[in-house]
Design a protein around this ligand. Structure first.
Ligand code: NAD
Length: 272
C-alpha cells in the first residue's frame, strides 16, 4: 500500500513555502523523501523552513520568488532545476487575505480601495495562474507533472467581509477545473491538476480576523467559525498532509480537476 502513496525522490516546488501551511507541507514532504524547493517572497522565511528540513536530514533549497512576476517565476524554475532536476510537482501555496481589502464598520465595501482589492485578487488568482504557466510549460514538455492549488472554504460560498479573497479563491477552484481539462486534453493525461480547500487554520494572514491582537482571545467571527465547524476547532497544518499526499501521488492517478475540502465538517454543516 505504501508504494501507492510514495513521493520519495520526487522534486516538489512549493510557493508560499515560507508560510505556516506551506512550511508545514514542505517539511512533511521532505520527511517522506521528496526534495523540496521552498519558494517565497520572503527569502528568510523560506530559509528557515529549509534549515528545519536539512537539520532533520531532508533535502531542500530556498528560492526567492514573486509569484506575480513572470521573470521571477522563470528564475525560480531555473533554480529548482539546477538544484534538483525537473520539477515533478508544483504546489501553489502563496496566497492570503489582507486587512485593507476587508470590510468593517469603518471601511464599507463601497469605499474599499480598489488597489487593495486588486492586490488580494492578484495574489490569489494571478499568483496561482502564473506559476502554472511557467512550471506547467515544463510539465507539458515532459508530458507529466502534478499541480496542486490551494483554494479555501470561500471557493464554494463567499464569506462575509472578504469579497476580494472570496472571489479570487472561487476563481482558483474554477481555474483548477479548466487547467485540469486543458492539460489532459492538449498535452498529457499524465498531467493532473487538483486543489485543496482548507477550512479555518489560524495563520498569519487571518489572525487579525480570528483573534484579538491584544488579548489573543477569539473574536466574535473566530467563535462563530468554531461554532460552525462540527469538529469544534481550527485546523492544524498536519490535518492537510494526508489529503495532499493522496492528491500528489499515484494513489489519485485517475483524479483531476477536483477541489477537496479539509475543513472539520464546516462545508457540510447547515448551521442548525
Ligand atoms: P501565510 O501568510 O502563513 O503564508 C503565505 C506565504 O505566501 C507567506 O510566506 C508569504 O510570504 C508568501 N507570499 C505572499 N505574497 C507572495 C508573493 N507575491 N510571491 C511569493 N510568495 C508570497 O498563510 P497560510 O495561511 O499558510 O496560507 C497558505 C495558503 O493557504 C494561502 O493560499 C491561503 O490563502 C490558503 N488558505 C489558508 C487558510 C487558513 O485558514 N489559514 C484557509 C484556506 C486557505
Amino acid at each position: 500500500m505504501n508504494s501507492l502513496f510514495d513521493l520519495s525522490g520526487k522534486t516538489v516546488a512549493i510557493t508560499g513555502g515560507g508560510g505556516v501551511l506551506g512550511g508545514g507541507i514542505a517539511q512533511y514532504l521532505a520527511a517522506g523523501g521528496a526534495q523540496v524547493a521552498v519558494l517565497d517572497l520572503k527569502l528568510e522565511a523560506a530559509e528557515a523552513v529549509v534549515s528545519a528540513i536539512t537539520t532533520a536530514g531532508g533535502r531542500a533549497v530556498a528560492v526567492e520568488i514573486n509569484v506575480l512576476e513572470r521573470d521571477s517565476v522563470r528564475n525560480a524554475l531555473d533554480q529548482c532545476v539546477k538544484a534538483f532536476g525537473p520539477v515533478d510537482i508544483l504546489i501553489n501555496g502563496a496566497g492570503g487575505n489582507h486587512p485593507s481589502a476587508t470590510t468593517n464598520p469603518q471601511q464599507e465595501f463601497f469605499d474599499l480601495p480598489i488597489e487593495a482589492f486588486r492586490k488580494v485578487m492578484d495574489l490569489n488568482i494571478i499568483g496561482t495562474i502564473l506559476p502554472c504557466m511557467v512550471f506547467g510549460k515544463a510539465m507539458a514538455d515532459r508530458e507529466e507533472g502534478i499541480i496542486l492549488n490551494v483554494a479555501s472554504m470561500n471557493a464554494f460560498k463567499p464569506l462575509t467581509r472578504i469579497p476580494a479573497y472570496s472571489a479570487a479563491k472561487s476563481g482558483v477552484k474554477n481555474f483548477t477545473e479548466w487547467l485540469a481539462v486543458h492539460m489532459a486534453q492538449e498535452y498529457s493525461p499524465k498531467i493532473r491538476v487538483n486543489a485543496v480547500a482548507p477550512g479555518f487554520f489560524l495563520t498569519n494572514q487571518n489572525r487579525f480576523l480570528l483573534t484579538d491582537k491584544d488579548t489573543g482571545e477569539l473574536t466574535a467571527r473566530g467563535q462563530s467559525i468554531i461554532n460552525h465547524t462540527p469538529m469544534n476547532r481550527f485546523g492544524a497544518p498536519e490535518d492537510l498532509y494526508g489529503t495532499i499526499v493522496w492528491l500528489l501521488s499515484d494513489a489519485s492517478k485517475f483524479v483531476t480537476g477536483i477541489t477537496i475540502p479539509v475543513d472539520g465538517g464546516y462545508s457540510a454543516f447547515g448551521g442548525v
